[in-house]
Design a protein around this ligand. Sequence first.
Ligand code: SF4
Ligand code: SF4
Length: 428
Amino acid sequence: MPLSRYLKIYPDPDRPGSVLLYSTRKGSVVRASETLLASARDGLLAEPEQALLRRLELLVDDALVERKQMEGLVDQTNARSTVFSATVVLTLECNLACPYCFEDNFRGRHVMSHETARLLVSHVKRNQIERGRDVEIRFYGGEPLMALHMLKEIAIPLLDAATRAGTKFTCSLVTNATMLTRNVVEDLLPLGLTSAQVTLDGPQHIHDRQRPFISGKGSFKTIVSNLYSVYDLITINPGGNFTRDNYHEFPTMLDALLAAGIDPAQLGPVQFAPIHPKSGGHDLHAAACVFGDEPWLIEANLFLRKETLRRGFSVEKPHMGVCMIELTNNLVVAYDGTLYKCPTLMGWPEFAIGTLADGINDYRHSYNLDIWKNDECLECSYLPLCFGGCRFFNKLKTGSIDGVDCRRAMLDATLETIVRQDLTLGRQ
Ligand code: SF4
Ligand code: SF4
């Protein structure tokens, strides 16, 4: 029985003569003696140890079968999927004036029309709910709460249709949280609101500079006060956008949440991300799956992860994850009804895959699907965490999405530390 190819072996500095075995496929980690590892390599393990390592997917029956399984995994996931997820841009309007946001040029003009909302509802009803799928809508902007009437115009009939069909409808927000009051949340809870992804760009003096109201007034205090008033009702997923110059100060934003009386155990994972250049039309600060391998960024990500865990907040653990472009039941709907596969690629006309009015075109070629189905990736121990990386990031780096966005260097530099952080600081 061979070792899995999707396995990393790290020295265990706390216990000389031991190693950490980490499955990138399962996310499992075990401490093992070097002797046991040698026995596993030589096929000489006793039955109980063999069964345990097999359960953790550190040992496999057949290496070729395992590779085939990974190659077919996304197709299988798509075939079995019972959930449809959509990111819906309600408006590009916003009440903040973040200097790094592209939407200054559009403010006040690009709001979803009643006709587009109607087309969206009928598309989701016909193609998803009536086919028995649960529906998750992530309302996005601009600031989606500036189009609250439109949000309800979509959520109410979809909830109604899902209830009648015996499926489930839930929704979430990507919001600046300045309007996320208890009243608003209580109003949306019966419509299936479960969570909100919110942004705090570090401590007050940085956040107020990076995310002021249009009037120029800082928004930090309003947001923290809103979070305190709603975090017991829905899951708040905090995030923030740092730069090379200010990331060191970001942990004090978490101290401010603690000082405000917010219990970190009730929050979702904290996700800090660097401010990225603007894309063909959309600002990318919300793209949680975009990574970089510059040394300062690796240092920043590891530092912020450690400081977040140290304060009792949770972070995302490394886990099997594929770019949502590869997932059939995933859609991005722009305010005008144009359809995409990832919010970061909105604004580049070549990545539009159709419209609500005309339907979805074949996008296999334009999005370069299955780009990771090559020998190098299928043999790579990082495949379950990478699947060829991020199309958007590749477009930024190379101008096209013809190749993979290889994360090997970044994962070589970070994964071992992350596995150790989770062992010593993470919530179990
Ligand atoms: S293209 Fe990049 S940002 Fe978009 S879903 Fe894929 S990995 Fe995420
Ligand atoms: S892109 Fe690079 S890191 Fe990702 S699976 Fe392929 S070889 Fe591995």
